[in-house]
Design a protein around this ligand. Structure first.
Ligand SMILES: C[S@@+](CC[C@H](N)C(=O)[O-])C[C@H]1O[C@@H](n2cnc3c(N)ncnc32)[C@H](O)[C@@H]1O
Length: 279
């Protein structure tokens, strides 16, 4: 079978299984297996596919048919223009998380700062910031040992081992050092809404990355409380939050003597990131 036909066939199978992005997904899977750019598929479309690639492609199409996210099937996800290794122990980095980065990178440009990333997952936030801020160093912590393994792998691939450390820690038990910037994309889905998550998420992504307890604020509260000790004077705390959590998080920040200095909206005009500093 040639490239054009294999894409048509894969796309047909995915469509039959209600995968809306069927053609795109078939293209991503085959270009990944052939190690060619997706854009080159059009010019290479008469190339014959080896039996080995065909077998791998069929397996991948089967996985996608069962709603497994494409990022887990190809083993990576782009974040802040770089590829990060991901697997089922790490959340798949989301574009809304990138919203946090613009202001922070500008604010700390050319500064030699110490950063803490709470709930680091694949390490995508900390490592992306370190790539922008050459003088900075940082620590990523996560309760999941398997996620920390992946974060370390990403750090190595991006040549950041000399500036990034990753450790298994529950935020409850973390007291090390003082930081100029604390960032976190914590789990923030209220327990009652967990059942409404899409099948892709519920069946494949680590639920510990989503479950924010009764009102979704369990981890957010801990991050704010801990930051009162861990943040240096004039340091920044940046937290990603869920829809409708802004006012509650703002009042928590005030309660713990933080002042809001910035916020970021998603394309639906929901506040999705709040940045504060210690008063
Ligand atoms: C929403 S994910 C964010 C992952 C990554 N920072 C990103 O933005 O893609 C939240 C992460 O917090 C971690 N986590 C959950 N509870 C934690 C706790 N008590 N202490 C430390 N990390 C925790 C999860 O394992 C998960 O990796």
């Amino acid at each position: 079978m040639n490239l054009e036909n294999i894409i048509k066939e894969g796309s047909r199978i995915l469509k039959k299984n209600n995968i809306h992005s069927h053609k795109l997904d078939a293209e991503i899977i085959i270009s990944n297996l052939m190690k060619i750019k997706k854009e080159s598929l059009v010019t290479e479309n008469k190339i014959d596919i080896s039996k080995k690639i065909f077998k791998k492609y069929s397996d991948a199409i089967k996985r996608r048919s069962k709603n497994e996210p494409i990022a887990y099937i190809i083993g990576r996800k782009e974040f802040w223009s770089r590829d990060f290794v991901v697997n089922q122990s790490t959340l798949i980095p989301r574009p809304e998380t990138e919203l946090m980065l613009y202001k922070l990178v500008n604010f700390f440009k050319n500064k030699s700062i110490n950063i803490l990333d709470i709930g680091t997952g694949s390490g995508c936030i900390l490592l992306s910031i370190l790539k922008e801020l050459n003088l900075a160093r940082g620590t990523g912590i996560d309760i999941s040992a398997k996620a920390i393994q992946i974060a370390k792998l990403n750090s190595e691939k991006l040549n950041l081992n000399h500036r990034a450390k990753f450790n298994i820690f529950n935020i409850d038990k973390f007291y090390n050092d003082k930081y100029d910037l604390i960032i976190s994309n914590p789990p923030y889905i209220p327990m009652k809404d967990m059942k409404n998550l899409s099948k892709d998420i519920k069946n494949y992504e680590p639920l510990v990355a989503f479950n924010g307890g009764f009102d979704g604020l369990d981890l957010i509260k801990k991050v704010i409380y801990k930051s009162t000790y861990l943040l240096k004077n004039n340091g920044l705390l940046a937290i990603e939050i869920g829809n409708g959590q802004y006012l509650k998080v703002l009042s928590l920040l005030k309660k713990f003597m933080f002042r809001e200095i910035g916020k970021e909206y998603d394309y639906k005009r929901n506040v999705r990131c709040i940045i504060g500093t210690k008063i």
